[in-house]
Design a protein around this ligand. Structure first.
Ligand SMILES: C[S@@+](CC[C@H](N)C(=O)[O-])C[C@H]1O[C@@H](n2cnc3c(N)ncnc32)[C@H](O)[C@@H]1O
Length: 392
Protein backbone atom coordinates (compact mmCIF):
# COMPACT_ATOMS: atom_id res chain seq x y z
CA UNK A 1 0.00 0.00 0.00
CA UNK A 2 1.47 3.37 -0.97
CA UNK A 3 2.39 5.45 2.03
CA UNK A 4 0.58 8.71 2.76
CA UNK A 5 3.82 10.49 2.08
CA UNK A 6 3.94 9.19 -1.48
CA UNK A 7 0.35 10.17 -2.10
CA UNK A 8 1.00 13.84 -1.31
CA UNK A 9 2.53 14.78 -4.61
CA UNK A 10 3.81 18.32 -5.07
CA UNK A 11 1.91 20.14 -7.83
CA UNK A 12 3.80 19.91 -11.10
CA UNK A 13 5.44 23.13 -12.16
CA UNK A 14 4.61 24.26 -15.66
CA UNK A 15 7.80 24.00 -17.68
CA UNK A 16 6.61 25.79 -20.75
CA UNK A 17 4.56 28.91 -21.23
CA UNK A 18 1.01 28.08 -22.38
CA UNK A 19 1.35 30.39 -25.39
CA UNK A 20 4.55 28.68 -26.46
CA UNK A 21 4.15 26.93 -29.83
CA UNK A 22 5.64 23.82 -28.29
CA UNK A 23 3.51 23.64 -25.15
CA UNK A 24 1.07 21.14 -26.70
CA UNK A 25 3.24 20.00 -29.59
CA UNK A 26 6.82 19.27 -28.63
CA UNK A 27 9.08 18.88 -31.66
CA UNK A 28 8.84 15.44 -33.26
CA UNK A 29 12.40 14.70 -34.39
CA UNK A 30 11.32 11.81 -36.67
CA UNK A 31 8.87 13.93 -38.59
CA UNK A 32 11.34 16.79 -38.83
CA UNK A 33 14.10 14.44 -40.04
CA UNK A 34 11.84 13.10 -42.77
CA UNK A 35 11.06 16.64 -43.92
CA UNK A 36 14.62 17.98 -43.57
CA UNK A 37 17.22 15.39 -44.62
CA UNK A 38 20.02 17.53 -43.17
CA UNK A 39 18.66 16.71 -39.71
CA UNK A 40 18.52 12.97 -40.36
CA UNK A 41 22.13 12.15 -39.39
CA UNK A 42 21.53 13.72 -35.98
CA UNK A 43 18.38 11.82 -35.05
CA UNK A 44 18.64 8.35 -33.52
CA UNK A 45 16.24 6.08 -31.68
CA UNK A 46 16.71 5.17 -28.05
CA UNK A 47 15.91 1.72 -26.64
CA UNK A 48 12.32 2.70 -25.99
CA UNK A 49 12.00 3.52 -29.70
CA UNK A 50 11.73 7.27 -29.20
CA UNK A 51 13.56 9.57 -31.60
CA UNK A 52 16.32 11.51 -29.87
CA UNK A 53 19.00 14.12 -30.41
CA UNK A 54 22.46 14.07 -28.88
CA UNK A 55 22.32 17.24 -26.80
CA UNK A 56 26.05 17.04 -26.14
CA UNK A 57 26.84 17.47 -29.85
CA UNK A 58 26.97 21.11 -30.98
CA UNK A 59 26.24 20.20 -34.63
CA UNK A 60 23.06 18.37 -33.57
CA UNK A 61 21.73 21.20 -31.46
CA UNK A 62 22.56 23.79 -34.13
CA UNK A 63 20.88 21.79 -36.88
CA UNK A 64 17.80 21.23 -34.73
CA UNK A 65 17.57 24.95 -33.99
CA UNK A 66 17.95 25.76 -37.70
CA UNK A 67 15.18 23.32 -38.63
CA UNK A 68 12.81 24.46 -35.88
CA UNK A 69 13.25 28.11 -36.81
CA UNK A 70 12.59 27.29 -40.46
CA UNK A 71 9.76 24.82 -40.00
CA UNK A 72 7.84 26.51 -37.20
CA UNK A 73 8.72 30.17 -37.66
CA UNK A 74 9.62 30.51 -41.35
CA UNK A 75 13.04 31.88 -40.40
CA UNK A 76 16.35 31.38 -42.17
CA UNK A 77 19.10 31.14 -39.61
CA UNK A 78 22.68 30.06 -39.03
CA UNK A 79 25.59 30.63 -36.66
CA UNK A 80 29.30 29.87 -37.02
CA UNK A 81 30.87 26.95 -35.13
CA UNK A 82 31.18 27.47 -31.39
CA UNK A 83 28.77 30.43 -31.05
CA UNK A 84 26.05 30.08 -28.47
CA UNK A 85 23.24 27.99 -29.90
CA UNK A 86 19.78 28.82 -28.52
CA UNK A 87 17.08 26.25 -27.88
CA UNK A 88 13.95 27.58 -29.51
CA UNK A 89 11.27 26.43 -27.03
CA UNK A 90 12.94 27.95 -23.99
CA UNK A 91 13.94 31.20 -25.69
CA UNK A 92 10.26 31.50 -26.72
CA UNK A 93 9.25 31.30 -23.05
CA UNK A 94 11.05 34.57 -22.30
CA UNK A 95 9.33 36.28 -25.25
CA UNK A 96 5.90 35.12 -24.06
CA UNK A 97 6.64 36.21 -20.52
CA UNK A 98 7.37 39.71 -21.81
CA UNK A 99 4.16 39.51 -23.83
CA UNK A 100 2.34 38.86 -20.53
CA UNK A 101 4.09 41.80 -18.89
CA UNK A 102 3.08 44.16 -21.66
CA UNK A 103 -0.53 43.04 -21.61
CA UNK A 104 -0.91 42.96 -17.83
CA UNK A 105 -2.67 45.91 -16.26
CA UNK A 106 -0.49 46.32 -13.19
CA UNK A 107 0.95 49.43 -14.74
CA UNK A 108 -0.76 51.57 -17.37
CA UNK A 109 -0.24 50.55 -20.98
CA UNK A 110 2.58 52.29 -22.76
CA UNK A 111 1.41 54.38 -25.70
CA UNK A 112 4.70 56.06 -26.49
CA UNK A 113 5.09 54.26 -29.81
CA UNK A 114 1.40 53.84 -30.71
CA UNK A 115 0.63 50.21 -31.47
CA UNK A 116 4.25 49.42 -32.24
CA UNK A 117 6.02 47.37 -29.58
CA UNK A 118 9.68 48.28 -29.33
CA UNK A 119 12.20 46.11 -27.51
CA UNK A 120 15.91 46.34 -26.77
CA UNK A 121 17.86 43.08 -26.61
CA UNK A 122 21.10 43.60 -24.67
CA UNK A 123 23.67 41.15 -26.08
CA UNK A 124 21.68 39.75 -28.96
CA UNK A 125 24.50 37.39 -29.95
CA UNK A 126 25.31 35.96 -33.38
CA UNK A 127 22.08 34.01 -33.07
CA UNK A 128 19.93 37.15 -32.68
CA UNK A 129 17.30 34.80 -31.32
CA UNK A 130 15.12 37.18 -29.33
CA UNK A 131 14.62 39.80 -32.05
CA UNK A 132 13.97 37.05 -34.62
CA UNK A 133 11.38 35.34 -32.42
CA UNK A 134 9.80 38.57 -31.14
CA UNK A 135 9.48 39.98 -34.66
CA UNK A 136 8.21 36.81 -36.30
CA UNK A 137 5.83 35.68 -33.54
CA UNK A 138 4.46 39.05 -32.47
CA UNK A 139 5.54 41.69 -34.98
CA UNK A 140 7.66 43.52 -32.39
CA UNK A 141 10.45 45.84 -33.42
CA UNK A 142 13.89 45.55 -31.85
CA UNK A 143 17.26 47.06 -31.35
CA UNK A 144 19.67 44.19 -30.72
CA UNK A 145 23.04 45.24 -29.34
CA UNK A 146 26.30 43.39 -29.07
CA UNK A 147 29.99 44.03 -28.55
CA UNK A 148 31.75 41.38 -30.60
CA UNK A 149 32.34 41.68 -34.34
CA UNK A 150 31.26 38.11 -34.94
CA UNK A 151 27.96 38.62 -33.08
CA UNK A 152 27.17 41.82 -34.95
CA UNK A 153 28.16 40.35 -38.34
CA UNK A 154 26.05 37.21 -37.90
CA UNK A 155 23.13 38.93 -36.23
CA UNK A 156 22.98 41.24 -39.24
CA UNK A 157 23.18 38.26 -41.60
CA UNK A 158 20.38 36.52 -39.71
CA UNK A 159 18.23 39.64 -39.99
CA UNK A 160 18.98 40.27 -43.68
CA UNK A 161 18.14 36.75 -44.78
CA UNK A 162 14.64 37.16 -43.37
CA UNK A 163 13.25 39.87 -45.60
CA UNK A 164 9.75 39.70 -44.14
CA UNK A 165 10.95 40.98 -40.76
CA UNK A 166 14.26 42.65 -41.58
CA UNK A 167 12.72 46.12 -41.37
CA UNK A 168 11.74 45.43 -37.78
CA UNK A 169 15.24 44.76 -36.41
CA UNK A 170 18.22 47.06 -36.02
CA UNK A 171 21.55 45.62 -34.90
CA UNK A 172 23.63 48.08 -32.91
CA UNK A 173 27.34 47.63 -32.28
CA UNK A 174 28.47 48.61 -28.81
CA UNK A 175 31.95 50.00 -28.45
CA UNK A 176 33.95 50.49 -25.30
CA UNK A 177 34.11 54.24 -25.70
CA UNK A 178 30.46 54.73 -26.65
CA UNK A 179 29.08 57.92 -25.15
CA UNK A 180 30.17 59.40 -21.89
CA UNK A 181 28.79 56.78 -19.64
CA UNK A 182 30.31 56.57 -16.25
CA UNK A 183 27.52 56.64 -13.69
CA UNK A 184 27.58 57.51 -10.08
CA UNK A 185 28.79 54.71 -7.95
CA UNK A 186 27.71 55.44 -4.44
CA UNK A 187 29.72 52.52 -3.09
CA UNK A 188 33.17 53.37 -4.31
CA UNK A 189 32.80 57.06 -5.06
CA UNK A 190 33.86 57.05 -8.71
CA UNK A 191 33.39 60.22 -10.73
CA UNK A 192 29.94 61.11 -12.01
CA UNK A 193 29.79 62.02 -15.62
CA UNK A 194 26.31 61.82 -16.93
CA UNK A 195 23.53 64.35 -17.09
CA UNK A 196 20.82 62.24 -15.59
CA UNK A 197 22.68 60.77 -12.66
CA UNK A 198 21.05 58.73 -9.89
CA UNK A 199 19.98 61.06 -7.18
CA UNK A 200 18.93 60.01 -3.72
CA UNK A 201 15.41 61.44 -3.80
CA UNK A 202 12.68 60.98 -1.23
CA UNK A 203 11.25 57.95 -2.98
CA UNK A 204 14.46 56.08 -2.45
CA UNK A 205 14.49 56.86 1.24
CA UNK A 206 10.89 55.84 1.79
CA UNK A 207 11.28 52.73 -0.27
CA UNK A 208 14.12 51.60 1.96
CA UNK A 209 11.91 52.00 5.01
CA UNK A 210 8.91 50.36 3.47
CA UNK A 211 10.34 47.26 1.95
CA UNK A 212 11.88 44.26 3.66
CA UNK A 213 15.40 44.63 4.98
CA UNK A 214 18.16 43.43 2.72
CA UNK A 215 20.75 43.27 5.47
CA UNK A 216 21.33 39.55 4.95
CA UNK A 217 22.07 39.82 1.26
CA UNK A 218 25.77 39.63 0.57
CA UNK A 219 27.08 42.83 -1.02
CA UNK A 220 28.61 42.85 -4.48
CA UNK A 221 32.34 42.32 -4.21
CA UNK A 222 33.84 45.64 -5.26
CA UNK A 223 36.51 43.88 -7.31
CA UNK A 224 33.79 42.22 -9.26
CA UNK A 225 31.93 45.28 -10.38
CA UNK A 226 31.04 45.34 -14.07
CA UNK A 227 33.74 47.21 -15.91
CA UNK A 228 33.06 46.27 -19.52
CA UNK A 229 31.54 48.17 -22.42
CA UNK A 230 28.27 50.04 -21.88
CA UNK A 231 25.02 48.11 -21.62
CA UNK A 232 22.17 50.60 -21.90
CA UNK A 233 23.51 53.98 -20.90
CA UNK A 234 25.46 55.32 -23.85
CA UNK A 235 23.89 52.82 -26.23
CA UNK A 236 20.28 53.98 -26.01
CA UNK A 237 20.03 57.21 -27.97
CA UNK A 238 18.54 60.51 -26.84
CA UNK A 239 14.76 60.48 -27.13
CA UNK A 240 14.46 56.74 -27.80
CA UNK A 241 11.55 55.04 -26.03
CA UNK A 242 11.21 51.29 -25.55
CA UNK A 243 8.46 49.11 -24.17
CA UNK A 244 11.00 46.76 -22.69
CA UNK A 245 14.58 45.63 -22.61
CA UNK A 246 15.62 42.02 -22.28
CA UNK A 247 18.90 40.26 -21.73
CA UNK A 248 20.39 36.82 -21.53
CA UNK A 249 23.59 37.90 -19.78
CA UNK A 250 26.93 36.16 -19.61
CA UNK A 251 26.06 34.11 -16.53
CA UNK A 252 29.50 33.00 -15.49
CA UNK A 253 32.77 34.30 -14.12
CA UNK A 254 34.94 31.62 -15.74
CA UNK A 255 34.66 29.19 -18.63
CA UNK A 256 35.18 26.30 -16.17
CA UNK A 257 32.00 27.38 -14.41
CA UNK A 258 30.24 27.69 -17.78
CA UNK A 259 31.19 24.15 -18.76
CA UNK A 260 29.68 22.55 -15.70
CA UNK A 261 26.65 21.06 -17.46
CA UNK A 262 27.94 17.99 -19.33
CA UNK A 263 24.43 17.11 -20.50
CA UNK A 264 24.21 19.77 -23.19
CA UNK A 265 26.45 21.39 -25.72
CA UNK A 266 25.06 24.68 -26.84
CA UNK A 267 28.46 26.13 -27.69
CA UNK A 268 29.27 29.56 -26.39
CA UNK A 269 32.52 31.51 -26.59
CA UNK A 270 34.09 33.21 -23.55
CA UNK A 271 32.74 36.57 -24.81
CA UNK A 272 29.23 35.12 -24.72
CA UNK A 273 29.40 33.16 -21.50
CA UNK A 274 31.73 35.01 -19.16
CA UNK A 275 32.22 38.46 -17.68
CA UNK A 276 34.12 39.64 -14.61
CA UNK A 277 31.70 39.37 -11.72
CA UNK A 278 29.37 37.17 -13.80
CA UNK A 279 25.68 37.89 -14.16
CA UNK A 280 25.50 39.53 -10.77
CA UNK A 281 27.79 42.36 -11.86
CA UNK A 282 26.31 42.52 -15.37
CA UNK A 283 22.69 42.82 -14.21
CA UNK A 284 23.64 45.17 -11.40
CA UNK A 285 24.94 47.50 -14.10
CA UNK A 286 21.66 47.15 -16.02
CA UNK A 287 19.83 48.12 -12.82
CA UNK A 288 22.09 51.15 -12.35
CA UNK A 289 21.54 52.15 -15.98
CA UNK A 290 17.80 51.71 -15.54
CA UNK A 291 17.71 54.35 -12.83
CA UNK A 292 19.10 56.87 -15.28
CA UNK A 293 16.98 55.61 -18.17
CA UNK A 294 13.74 55.11 -16.25
CA UNK A 295 11.90 57.37 -18.69
CA UNK A 296 13.14 55.46 -21.72
CA UNK A 297 11.79 52.00 -20.85
CA UNK A 298 8.40 50.83 -19.60
CA UNK A 299 9.79 47.51 -18.38
CA UNK A 300 13.35 46.39 -17.74
CA UNK A 301 13.94 42.63 -17.74
CA UNK A 302 16.75 40.16 -17.55
CA UNK A 303 17.29 36.46 -17.34
CA UNK A 304 19.06 35.34 -14.16
CA UNK A 305 20.98 32.08 -13.96
CA UNK A 306 21.33 31.57 -10.20
CA UNK A 307 18.67 31.92 -7.56
CA UNK A 308 21.11 33.38 -5.04
CA UNK A 309 21.77 36.20 -7.49
CA UNK A 310 18.04 36.76 -7.96
CA UNK A 311 17.80 37.50 -4.26
CA UNK A 312 20.72 39.92 -4.39
CA UNK A 313 19.31 41.66 -7.46
CA UNK A 314 15.80 42.09 -6.08
CA UNK A 315 17.25 43.72 -2.98
CA UNK A 316 19.31 45.99 -5.23
CA UNK A 317 16.08 46.93 -7.01
CA UNK A 318 14.47 47.87 -3.72
CA UNK A 319 17.42 50.12 -2.99
CA UNK A 320 17.06 52.04 -6.23
CA UNK A 321 13.35 52.69 -5.73
CA UNK A 322 11.59 50.70 -8.43
CA UNK A 323 7.82 50.53 -8.15
CA UNK A 324 7.41 46.97 -9.33
CA UNK A 325 9.44 43.80 -9.34
CA UNK A 326 8.27 40.68 -11.05
CA UNK A 327 9.99 37.32 -11.14
CA UNK A 328 9.35 34.06 -12.90
CA UNK A 329 11.02 30.70 -13.21
CA UNK A 330 11.97 29.20 -16.55
CA UNK A 331 12.38 25.46 -16.30
CA UNK A 332 14.54 24.07 -19.10
CA UNK A 333 14.82 20.31 -18.74
CA UNK A 334 16.98 19.92 -15.66
CA UNK A 335 18.05 23.54 -15.57
CA UNK A 336 16.22 26.42 -13.92
CA UNK A 337 16.60 30.02 -14.92
CA UNK A 338 14.75 33.02 -13.59
CA UNK A 339 13.21 36.04 -15.21
CA UNK A 340 13.49 39.36 -13.41
CA UNK A 341 11.45 42.39 -14.45
CA UNK A 342 11.11 45.82 -12.95
CA UNK A 343 9.61 49.16 -13.72
CA UNK A 344 9.55 52.70 -12.42
CA UNK A 345 6.04 53.34 -13.70
CA UNK A 346 3.52 53.76 -10.86
CA UNK A 347 1.27 50.69 -10.70
CA UNK A 348 -2.49 50.82 -11.08
CA UNK A 349 -3.50 47.39 -9.85
CA UNK A 350 -4.02 46.72 -6.20
CA UNK A 351 -4.65 43.06 -5.53
CA UNK A 352 -3.35 42.49 -2.07
CA UNK A 353 -2.41 39.20 -0.56
CA UNK A 354 -0.80 39.07 2.88
CA UNK A 355 1.96 36.66 1.98
CA UNK A 356 4.16 35.82 -0.92
CA UNK A 357 3.86 32.06 -1.31
CA UNK A 358 7.16 30.30 -0.91
CA UNK A 359 6.86 27.65 -3.57
CA UNK A 360 5.09 29.67 -6.19
CA UNK A 361 4.44 28.36 -9.67
CA UNK A 362 6.26 29.57 -12.69
CA UNK A 363 5.00 32.68 -14.40
CA UNK A 364 3.76 34.35 -11.27
CA UNK A 365 3.97 37.95 -10.27
CA UNK A 366 5.44 39.65 -7.27
CA UNK A 367 4.70 43.30 -7.09
CA UNK A 368 5.92 45.80 -4.59
CA UNK A 369 4.21 49.10 -4.30
CA UNK A 370 5.89 52.04 -2.73
CA UNK A 371 3.17 54.29 -1.31
CA UNK A 372 5.29 57.35 -2.03
CA UNK A 373 4.47 56.73 -5.68
CA UNK A 374 0.96 57.82 -4.83
CA UNK A 375 2.25 60.90 -3.05
CA UNK A 376 1.09 59.52 0.23
CA UNK A 377 3.16 60.29 3.29
CA UNK A 378 2.17 57.18 5.17
CA UNK A 379 4.13 56.90 8.38
CA UNK A 380 3.82 53.14 8.59
CA UNK A 381 6.14 50.33 7.85
CA UNK A 382 3.80 49.13 5.14
CA UNK A 383 4.62 46.18 2.95
CA UNK A 384 2.33 45.41 0.09
CA UNK A 385 2.93 42.24 -1.79
CA UNK A 386 0.80 41.56 -4.77
CA UNK A 387 0.84 38.08 -6.04
CA UNK A 388 -1.25 36.55 -8.71
CA UNK A 389 -0.96 34.14 -11.56
CA UNK A 390 -0.24 35.42 -14.99
CA UNK A 391 -2.42 32.74 -16.45
CA UNK A 392 -5.60 34.42 -15.28
C1 LIG B 1 24.81 34.69 -23.16
S1 LIG B 1 25.06 35.57 -24.66
C2 LIG B 1 23.37 35.76 -25.20
C3 LIG B 1 23.20 35.67 -26.70
C4 LIG B 1 21.73 35.58 -27.12
N1 LIG B 1 20.97 36.73 -26.68
C5 LIG B 1 21.11 34.31 -26.58
O1 LIG B 1 20.20 34.40 -25.75
O2 LIG B 1 21.50 33.23 -27.01
C6 LIG B 1 25.52 37.17 -24.06
C7 LIG B 1 25.83 38.16 -25.16
O3 LIG B 1 26.09 39.43 -24.56
C8 LIG B 1 27.09 40.06 -25.34
N2 LIG B 1 27.63 41.17 -24.56
C9 LIG B 1 28.57 41.16 -23.58
N3 LIG B 1 28.77 42.41 -23.14
C10 LIG B 1 27.94 43.22 -23.82
C11 LIG B 1 27.67 44.63 -23.83
N4 LIG B 1 28.32 45.45 -23.03
N5 LIG B 1 26.73 45.11 -24.69
C12 LIG B 1 26.07 44.28 -25.53
N6 LIG B 1 26.30 42.95 -25.56
C13 LIG B 1 27.21 42.44 -24.73
C14 LIG B 1 28.04 38.94 -25.68
O4 LIG B 1 28.87 39.27 -26.77
C15 LIG B 1 27.04 37.83 -26.00
O5 LIG B 1 26.71 37.83 -27.35
Amino acid sequence: MPSKKNKRKRPERPTIHPKNKYSDNPPDFSVLASLYPSLKPFVFHSRDGRPRIDWTDFNSTRELTRVLLLHDHGLNWWIPDGQLCPTVPNRSNYIHWIEDLLSSDIIPKNNNNGDIVRGFDIGTGANCIYPLLGASLLGWTFVGSDVTDVAVEWAEKNVKCNQHISELIEIRKVTDCQGDISIEDSNCGESVNCENKMDGNATVVEEAELLPSSSFDPPLDMNKKYSGPPLLLGVVRDGEKFDFCMCNPPFFETMEEAGLNPKTSCGGTPEEMVCPGGEKAFITRIIEDSVVLKESFWWFTSMVGRKVNLKFLTSKLREVGVTIVKTTEFVQGQTCRWGLAWSFVPPVRKIISPLVQKNSLSFTLEVWICPSQFNSRVNLSLKLFIHYSNYT
